[in-house]
Ligand binder design. Structure first.
Ligand SMILES: [Mg+2]
Length: 214
């Protein structure tokens, strides 16, 4: 039984723990005979972003193949970062399942294999905002915005990616992390404010304090 006082960190999977984008681009480039890179994906909808909306059916079908989730690579620094977060909090994965066969089952196996995040610590839902925690990390702007609004006393971290740089979230409890080092630093500052005050330059505040150049 988890003590009620233990801090809780909620981590998205794709784009935070697993490198979905690289795999998706492999599939798209192979099928469409293109050479798109990460920087070309400027919106969360990958296929729309690349001007290839018809590729969605192909990509979705590939995502439903057995072992797709099992073969995803790790986001750099994620394993060490999760280990460090565990020193201060219980770590949960909060992941929105794709509506295809094998996805959720394989995801659970992958999370346990790479992060020792076992089934009781995995929540499959699109309604991430209903899950409470001290810190929430996600790469989708809308998820971060909605979760931060529903959890105003907690910290929401937007994990930087090419597809989430167009939108600014002006909320005092939202920050952007450029790496897993940032996630750990921001999380420790939030969880242990007396030891490590939060670097205010990393908060989403109006210029000239805004760290991101939009
Ligand atoms: Mg994600």
């Amino acid at each position: 039984m988890v003590p009620a006082t233990k801090k809780r960190v909620l981590l998205d999977c794709d784009g935070v723990l697993s490198d979905f984008l690289t795999k998706a681009l492999e599939i798209i480039n192979t099928t469409a005979m293109t050479n798109f890179q990460h920087a070309h994906v400027h919106d969360f909808d990958i296929c729309e972003s690349l001007g290839l909306p018809h590729m969605w059916d192909t990509l979705k079908a590939a995502c439903g193949e057995k072992d797709f989730c099992l073969n995803l690579e790790l986001i750099p620094g994620a394993q060490a970062g999760v280990s460090m977060l565990r020193a201060s909090a219980d770590v949960y994965c909060l992941t929105s399942p794709m509506s295809v066969p094998n996805w959720a089952y394989d995801r659970n196996i992958w999370l346990e294999k790479h992060f020792e995040i076992t089934n009781p610590f995995v929540v499959h839902t699109e309604a991430k905002h209903i899950v409470t925690g001290d810190i929430f990390v996600d790469d989708k702007v809308e998820n971060v915005r909605v979760w931060a609004e529903h959890n105003p006393k907690s910290l929401a971290i937007l994990f930087d990616a090419p597809y989430n740089r167009k939108t600014e979230i002006n909320r005092a409890n939202v920050v952007r992390a450029f790496s897993w080092d940032d996630v750990v630093k921001l999380s420790n500052s939030w969880l242990h404010p007396n030891m490590l005050p939060l670097d205010k330059s990393m908060l989403y505040t109006p210029p000239p304090y805004q760290r991101i150049k939009w």
